[in-house]
Ligand binder design. Structure first.
Ligand SMILES: [Zn+2]
Length: 222
């Protein structure tokens, strides 16, 4: 929001400068010629400050479309929360939250940025970046209709490979990333215990009760 206001302000400065060169300003007899360096400066500031909100808007549209696909066409709408949204959101500590009824997914600050950096270099994803991929898949599973956290998370780990590919990650890297999350952070949840264990089940494994036998499952043998 601040970026939008800044961009509008600089656009207004540019407009005022151009108008002043056509119509005389109050108190002046004749129009004043444009100060080119000033105009160039405010125009470039207007464009630069419009970039972050445009970039976020574009990313949200991409995530909304892909979340809808992951949710078997239950319409999803992803919103990347700003720092301001995040501190006012009810579930401030969770990285994301989803409303299975409305299809709205809110991603907390700075997790959209983490997901963006994952997508810039998936072949060297760190643990947080892998978690950002899973968070996106997890919230999509809520939109698909599941409310139980452990089941939702299990549906997500099986689809992280699919999710990464939908977001443009090359096939082999997508599978490796999804497996790394499943074998790494997902298994650690059982050991961490507490709130984390609500997201874990030992039935979430190949051939176990919660295996959905997806043809493109994270753990399917290629
Ligand atoms: Zn959840």
């Amino acid at each position: 929001m601040l970026w939008v206001l800044a961009s509008l302000f600089f656009s207004w400065c540019a407009f005022r400068e151009i108008r002043g060169s056509i119509v005389a300003r109050p108190g002046f007899d004749a129009p004043t010629p444009v100060t080119k360096p000033y105009l160039a400066l405010v125009l470039s500031l207007a464009v630069t400050s419009a970039w972050p909100p445009l970039h976020t808007w574009h990313f949200q549209r991409l995530l909304s479309a892909k979340a809808t696909e992951l949710a078997d066409n239950h319409p999803a709408e992803v919103h990347c929360n700003t720092l301001f949204d995040t501190t006012h959101a009810p579930e401030m500590l969770a990285a994301g939250h989803a409303n299975p009824d409305s299809g709205e997914i809110g991603i907390q600050h700075p997790w959209c940025g983490t997901l963006m950096s994952y997508l810039r270099h998936p072949e060297r994803a760190d643990e947080r970046e892998l978690q950002s991929l899973d968070m996106f898949t997890h919230e999509s599973m809520h939109v698909r209709g599941e409310r139980n956290e452990a089941v939702t998370e299990c549906q997500a780990v099986q689809r992280n490979y699919r999710a990464a590919k939908l977001l443009g990650v090359p096939d082999a890297t997508a599978r490796q990333n999804a497996l790394d999350y499943y074998n790494g952070f997902y298994q650690q949840r059982a050991k961490i215990g507490g709130m984390q264990s609500a997201y874990y089940s030992d039935q979430c494994a190949p051939g176990k009760a919660w295996d959905e036998h997806l043809s493109d499952s994270t753990w399917a043998i290629p």
